[in-house]
Design a protein around this ligand. Structure first.
Ligand SMILES: [Zn+2]
Ligand SMILES: [Zn+2]
Length: 865
């Protein structure tokens, strides 16, 4: 290919990407609140500011950026905001580690300040990675949940739901992590298999099996199945709890499994969720044996002050000593653990704040959203249906949005601030008015803080312009929520719940679920597996555009995607190929061709037909967020149609001196590059900008999406024939060991209809090629015979040689229609079927030719150059 004089031979990824990133202006991506254009609002996930924008984030943001850029080109007024979900335990832990303190060593204010500073620094690092990846984020719509302007809204949302009765305070069993010293929500409990011992012991005369003997002090009943005949005599009786001696009732409940152990189970407050169910159902007493720190309480008598593990061992030893421990067996059990620190959770009854879960309302709203892929809705549905408890939103931590309430110390009344007073910290600020109930002036502020999902679940309200009122925000609902499938039961669920509760409707029109990124070994990326790949490492070697292509090509949206260097290398190779094509095209355009000249020649029109089909495919794929399909269609067009087929055919005409033919090809190529670069703009924004700017002097990101339609059935049909003919004849050369530029002599292509190719095929093949209609007048000449030894050997054995000699003497017309038998050495020998075939050559008008048959096209190739 002849290079353009203006363009460097090699595409310098680093230089080009950095240059455009410094030229592009943030303002170009701002959402225009006054625009009459249709809106497209994205409820972008606010990542947790760890300081590390990991590859899973990067994949999700690639998808979001493809969508944002595509929609802008389609004329939408796009909002691609960026939030930061700051609060929570990981930052507290990091601060404790960094400063070598625990949260109780400094004041709450000082501790919050340390968390704040760490978070700001981390956000700055992550912003840098996002910019380097070329994401077209609207930075004028950035929000940071720990800042007053945001958490004011979280507090407003709390007060509104409290007043509406959707938030309440209650003493209720909750999942509690004694390591983190806080309540957590069900969505934050992970169930993992653990090996443990099942201990069978004598419980006042009946056998009971338990995995948690340390809860014996918290035993409040023994439960049996109502139809279990072994225990009919115990109905209404009381039993004495071993070691502790308190009396508990025998209750009957159909939820008891009579086939497990002895069929009798002890009910404790609380071993698991079933205990909670029985406790409520049968109005049992509450005995708290374990406190918030995982330490045995006073009711554990001699075991008080021990950790629960130490207590377990001590009780088992005492059971053994007193002879009531019968036997033990190893079992595997599913244990609920803290999502953050993996400590087994306890179920503790605590005063906490809860959000009421209205299952049907949430499902109804979830159904109004279109889920992509569709089956992800089932995950939401299953989660909602499995929820038995309300959402516990209070946390016993510090770095979080304060719960804006006080308690009157005189009468206990809950005292609320006016919405105009928000944001407040009730541990610092005081109510502005006396207690409305008793007139008292002494208050104590709520020390509990809110679950961080309380902040992030109003992201959609925030970005759509919510002012805290019950009115629908001006830009509500958002058009799309992109997020990972790992947070369907948290972020997606909570957002739907809150949107429904606060403004009465579903939050988005669509939700697009992306998969997780797995390491090259197929496993989840983790430090311990040493399979973590950071976006920075990929960008350093291959650039942001190659990374973005990897994201697009990896998998259908919703599927997990395995990281693979080969995909990145293929992406980079595609850019090199496209750069070479682009330089070739620019070289010819620079030589000058009338841009108004018509695209008149067959192969040029054929190229535009193919381009038009590609635009339709890519557009449909982008509409359905099938980025892998979109990129595949673009790559196939570029490699196969444009490079392998078209350019090989048209090259000769471009270098030639027929002005009309050159201008037709140049204009077809100009249109093709213009359209192709616009199709690529959402996926590889730097590369397409570099080329498009060279081609047109304008920014591709201010252009519209190509609506290129070109139909020409004649060109499509005949162009396919032309392309196939050239491809087959190139293979013909290859098969005969000829160089591709070796001359081919006199070639006649017999087509079903007249075909005018402007001499393209002949030049491409270095042949004197004529297109004619009709069929060739072929003269068949038998020049010899070919024997099939696999037939002759076994059937004729010793006579084979004589048979073959005899066949060779047969005249050509007999060879073509062999007789049933021939004479061999004076004897008649039957001719076995398929024993030989005549060797035939063809002649046209006395010239020896090779014949290729390609469907309804026949090509003859003259043997004399
Ligand atoms: Zn924990
Ligand atoms: Zn009061």
């Amino acid at each position: 290919m002849s290079p353009s004089h203006q363009l460097p031979k090699n595409y310098d990824i680093e230089e080009v990407e950095r240059r455009w990133q410094s030229i592009w202006r943030d303002e170009d991506n701002y959402f225009d609140t006054s625009s009459p254009a249709p809106r497209f609002i994205i409820d972008t996930p606010p990542p947790y500011p760890t300081g590390n924008f990991h590859i899973g984030n990067a994949l999700n943001w690639c998808y979001i950026d493809f969508i944002a850029r595509y929609k802008r080109m389609r004329g939408y007024n796009v909002m691609f905001p960026q939030g930061w979900d700051c609060h929570g335990l990981p930052t507290e832990v990091k601060v404790e580690e960094t400063h070598g303190i625990t949260k109780n060593d400094v004041s709450r204010e000082k501790f919050r300040e340390m968390c704040h500073d760490l978070t700001i620094g981390n956000i700055e690092k992550m912003r840098a990675t996002m910019r380097r990846l070329g994401f077209s984020i609207d930075w004028s719509h950035e929000y940071i949940t720990m800042l007053p302007e945001y958490y004011r809204k979280t507090q407003v949302s709390f007060l509104r739901m409290l007043k509406a009765g959707d938030i309440y305070q209650s003493e209720h069993p909750v999942n509690f992590c004694t390591r983190c010293e806080t309540a957590i929500a069900f969505a934050e409990v992970n169930y993992v298999p653990r090996n443990t011992r099942l201990n069978y012991f004598d419980f006042d005369g009946i056998e009971i099996a338990t995995t948690r003997p340390e809860l014996l002090a918290a035993c409040v009943a023994v439960a049996v199945h109502p139809e279990d005949e072994r225990y009919t005599g115990l109905r209404g009786k009381k039993l004495s709890v071993p070691i502790f001696g308190h009396e508990v009732p025998v209750i009957e409940d159909p939820a008891v499994d009579p086939s497990f152990g002895s069929g009798a189970v002890m009910v404790c407050t609380f071993g698991d969720k079933t205990d909670v169910y029985w406790w409520k159902e049968h109005n049992l007493e509450l005995r708290k044996a374990i406190d918030r720190n995982g330490v045995m309480t006073g009711i554990a008598g001699p075991y008080a002050g021990m950790s629960s593990e130490a207590c377990r061992e001590a009780i088992l030893a005492d059971m053994e000593r007193t002879g009531i421990l019968k036997r033990q067996e190893e079992i595997e059990q599913r244990v609920g653990t803290c999502w953050r620190c993996k400590t087994p959770i306890e179920i503790l009854s605590e005063r906490q704040w809860f959000v009421r879960v209205h299952h049907d309302e949430i499902l109804e709203a979830a159904r109004k959203i279109s889920w992509i892929p569709e089956h992800m809705f089932t995950r939401m549905e299953n989660w909602v249906r499995s929820m038995e408890w309300d959402w516990c939103i209070s946390r016993q931590r510090i770095f979080a949005t304060p719960i804006p309430v006080w308690f009157c110390t005189t009468c206990g009344e809950i005292v609320l601030p006016a919405e105009e007073e928000l944001p407040i910290d009730p541990t610092i600020d005081k109510p502005r008015h006396p207690c409305p109930n008793c007139g008292g002036n002494e208050f104590v502020g709520e020390k509990d803080v809110l679950d961080t999902w309380m902040d992030s679940s109003i992201s959609v309200l925030h970005v759509t312009g919510w002012d805290g009122s019950a009115e629908k925000p001006p830009f509500f609902p958002a058009q799309i929520r992109p997020q990972g499938h790992d947070i369907i039961r948290t972020w997606a669920f909570y957002t739907i719940l809150r949107a429904k509760a606060l403004v009465g409707s579903h939050p988005w029109e669509q939700i697009l679920i992306n998969g997780m990124v797995l390491g090259e070994d197929g496993f989840k990326m983790s430090k311990s597996r040493n399979n973590i790949i950071s976006p920075e490492i990929v960008i350093e070697q291959y650039g942001a555009d190659a990374f973005r292509q990897w994201g697009a090509a990896g998998a259908a949206t919703g599927s997990d995607i395995m990281f693979n260097w080969n995909d990145v290398i293929a992406a980079s190779r595609f850019q090199t190929k496209l750069w070479n094509i682009f330089r070739f095209v620019m070289g010819h355009l620079e030589k000058g061709a009338d841009p108004a000249a018509p695209v008149s020649e067959l192969s040029d029109r054929w190229l535009l037909v193919r381009l038009s089909g590609t635009v339709a495919d890519v557009t449909a794929a982008m509409e359905g967020y099938q980025f892998d399909r979109a990129l595949r269609a673009i790559r196939e067009f570029t490699w196969n149609t444009l490079a392998d087929d078209y350019i090989e055919i048209v090259k000769g005409r471009l270098y030639g001196d027929d002005e009309k033919g050159r201008a037709s090809a140049c204009n077809a190529l100009r249109t093709t590059m213009d359209v192709l670069l616009r199709l690529l703009a959402p996926i590889i924004p730097h590369f397409s900008e570099e080329c498009y700017h060279t081609l047109t002097g304008r920014s591709v990101h201010k252009e519209t999406w190509p609506e290129f339609e070109y139909t020409d059935e004649d060109a499509q049909r005949k162009g396919d024939l032309l392309v196939k003919t050239v491809a087959e004849l190139r293979r013909y050369k290859h098969d005969r060991g000829m160089a591709l530029n070796a001359p081919l002599g006199h070639v006649i292509a017999y087509a079903p209809e007249p075909l005018e190719d402007a001499g393209d095929a002949g030049r491409a093949l270095v042949a004197n090629l004529e297109w004619v209609t009709g069929t060739p007048q072929l003269e068949e000449v038998v020049t010899g015979v070919e024997f099939n030894m696999a037939v002759i050997g076994p059937t004729l054995r010793g006579r084979a040689r004589g048979f073959m000699e005899a066949v060779k003497t047969l005249p050509p017309e007999v060879l073509k229609n062999p007789p049933a038998a021939i004479m061999v050495d004076g004897e008649e020998v039957a001719v076995p079927p398929d024993a030989f075939t005549p060797k035939v050559t063809y002649r046209v008008a006395g010239e020896d030719v090779d014949v290729l048959t390609l469907g309804d096209l026949v090509v003859t190739i003259g043997q004399k150059p």
